[in-house]
Write a protein of this length. Sequence first.
Length: 327
Amino acid sequence: MVQPRRIDGARSLADAGTPSLVAIGNFDGVHLGHRAVLARAQRTAEERKLALTVLTFHPHPSEVLGRGRLAVLTPLERKVQLLCRLAPELRVVVEPFTMELASTSATEFVEELLVRDLSARVVVVGQNFRFGKNRAGDLKMLDELGKSLGFEARAEPLAGDQGGVFSSSRIRACIAEGDLPVARRLLGRPHALSGKVVHGDGRGRKIGVPTANLEGVVEALPPYGVYACLVDRIHGSSTAVRLSTGVANIGDRPTFDAGFSVEVHLHGFDADLYGERLRLHLVERIRPEMKFDGIDALVARIRADIETARRATEHEMPDPGALGAWS
C-alpha cells in the first residue's frame, strides 16, 4: 500500500515501525527559515536512511486551550501542500490537538507519540520547543528522554538576515504593516488570501466592474486597501490552477457603507465563479481604502486601479514548482 503524503493522526501510519526523522512544529507560512531547517533534516534522513516526517498539530494548541486564534499565513491544506513540495519523500503527520493530548505528560508524549507511533530516531525541534501537560517538557528533558529511548534530539535555529530570524511572527508583522515586499522575500512567494466565492450585492457588475466576493478568509490581512494580485482557482482540498491576474479590494467599502469584504476583479475574465474557491496572491498595494464623493469618482478610480494592477503583474511568472498554479 502506498503511504499518503498527509497522514491524519500518527496512529494511522500504514508503515508504523519504520525508523523516522521527525521535525516538529507549526510551520505556518512554510517560510525560508522552515525550508532551511527541513533541508538539513532531509540530508540527515537520507544519510541515516530514515523516513522524513513532519509532525504538526491541528487545531493550533492556543485555540484549543482558549488562548485565542492567530491569523494564519497558510491554512492547514495549503501548509501541507507547501511542505510536500520540499521533498518527494516527505510525509506530513497532522496530529489532532485535543484536550486529551494537552493533558498528556511530557514523558507520555515522547513515549507514545514520538517513539511508539512515529518510531523516531532523530527529533528536530525549535529552540523554544515545549511539550506535554502545562508545557513541562523542554529541550533538556527531550534530550534526556532521547538518550534513554533511542533517539537523538536536535534543536535547530532558524535562518535569518539583517532584519532578524525568518519567523512567522515577523512575517505577520510585515503583513499587518503593509510591507508586502519584505513578507514576500521572507516567505519566498507572495502572501495569499483564500476563500469561497459567494453572492454579493452585485454593485460591481452594475458599474461595469464585476467582482468575486470571497467568504471564509482566515489568513492574516494586510491594511485595508486595493491590491494587485495573481489569482488561482483551487480544486479539491489544495490543488490549484492559474486563473488570471486581478485587482483586489480589502476593507469596509466606505463609499457605500457596505461593510467588510474581500473582493477581486479578474482581468479579462467574467465567467460564473459562484461556489468556487480562489487564492489571491498579493503582489503590490496600490492605494489605501478611500471614500469617494460619488459613483463617477469611484468608477474612474477603479479603472485607474485596474490599469495599475495590470502593470504591477505583467511581468509575474508562475512558480515552476506550483504545478500549474501561480505559486
